[in-house]
Design a protein around this ligand. Structure first.
Ligand code: ATP
Length: 367
């Protein structure tokens, strides 16, 4: 089965280690997304997988075959990049046919049949004999997608293929890319810095930073169980609030003291007590998902602050607040924010399911 494996890749570019021990496995039929901020090594990793860069260390294995030393053309990959990479001197048909003709082994009428099927699928039928230079950006990217679609590749690679397109086209092409992927049933690796895209498309998402994998998992798991402070602060819009606090035992359970920078105590779930009693350290980073902050009922509130900004979105409202020592963000369901406005005081409680703890020094998740 053509699984795609990347094992211990390292790549030094100038004096920068762009890829620093990258490993992951993409199963057959899996849509695997590499997500991370600009400069984290996504593109370099993909260029190594497709043979445009050679790694300083590590291997790329596709379908059990070590392809690390093979040139790109011998890896049998379908590739779609941000710059469409089309031949401007050819028409749409010529561009879609080129890879198949160059590789040989596919009969002329079979090439034609595949191109017509891909063109129908991508609404390119009427454009097959148009020069590439007459096409819009969205049409050109559909041609690039069609070119990948007509191949029977062992794996498909996508490097930010939608970032030059407007949002409506992007949405449509996402569906086209996933349809291509499902048709082929091969491993796909998709690079993006856009988490909406990553989460909408990926069966599995790898979050990268500094040339390394920070966490690999299905989208829900990354949002709900971030493995470390980096992932917690990267995933979500707005992402998790990350607040230094001190652990204190109180009546057999634990509280996090002062996550809002004041003298408040945030009760931690009693189920955590056993683990925390063995933990032995006091200083932690508390993670509070913005959607776990809810307006407090009367009495003591875990978090108090002053509203700085109210941003209505579709179905929800982002409320930003300044507490005694920090800035925080809360997501309220539409209407829940009432008449809150900048300058108002707010008092918030935390729904325990949206609460996480990280070791202050290693930044790894504790709970
Ligand atoms: P982006 O989303 O901005 O494309 P990326 O995650 O794809 O970023 P890469 O393009 O893989 O990141 O680059 C990784 C790092 O390597 C970046 O910090 C980049 O500046 C650096 N880099 C890339 N090419 C070179 C080079 N030729 N010489 C030195 N450094 C380089």
């Amino acid at each position: 089965m053509p699984t795609l494996e990347v094992r211990g890749l390292v790549k030094q570019l100038g004096d920068h280690r762009a890829v620093d021990g990258m490993s992951f496995t993409v199963e057959d039929g899996q849509f695997f997304v590499l997500l991370g901020p600009s400069g984290c090594g996504k593109t370099t990793t993909l260029r190594i997988v497709c043979g445009l860069e050679h790694p300083d260390a590590g291997e790329v294995v596709i379908g059990g075959r070590d392809v690390t030393s093979l040139p790109s053309r011998d890896r049998n990959l379908g590739m779609v990049f941000q710059e469409y990479g089309l031949y401007p001197s050819m028409d749409v048909f010529g561009n879609m046919a080129y890879g198949l003709q160059a590789r040989g082994g596919v009969a002329k009428d079979e090439i034609e049949r595949r191109i017509r099927a891909a063109a129908d699928r991508l609404d390119l039928g009427p454009l097959l004999s148009s020069p590439i230079t007459d096409l819009s950006g969205g049409e050109q990217q559909r041609v690039a997608l069609g070119r990948a679609m007509v191949k029977d590749a062992d794996a498909y690679l996508f490097d930010e293929p939608l970032s030059n397109l407007d949002p409506k086209l992007r949405y449509r092409l996402r569906r086209d890319i996933l349809a291509l992927h499902r048709d082929k049933g091969r491993p796909s690796v998709y690079v993006t810095h856009d988490q909406t895209e990553a989460f909408a498309m990926g069966d599995v998402v790898a979050v990268l930073a500094n040339g390394r994998v920070q966490q690999i998992g299905p989208p829900d798991e990354l949002a709900e169980r971030p493995a470390n402070v980096f992932v917690a602060g990267f995933v979500g819009s707005p992402p998790m609030n990350l607040l230094p606090a001190r652990l204190r035992p109180v009546n057999g359970a634990y509280v996090a003291h002062g996550p809002d920078g004041s003298d408040t105590a945030l009760p931690l779930p009693p189920a955590w007590s056993d683990t925390l009693s063995r933990y032995g350290k006091e200083q932690v980073t508390v993670g509070i998902r913005p959607d776990a902050l809810v307006p407090a009922a009367d009495g003591d509130a875990a978090i108090s602050g002053e509203v700085t900004d109210v941003e209505p979105l579709i179905g929800e409202t982002v409320v930003r607040l300044r507490t005694a020592g920090r800035m925080m963000a809360a997501i309220f369901r539409a209407g829940e924010e009432g008449s809150l406005a900048p300058g108002d005081s707010v008092r918030l409680d935390v729904a325990p399911e949206g609460l996480r703890l990280f070791d202050h020094d290693s930044e790894q998740a504790l709970m």
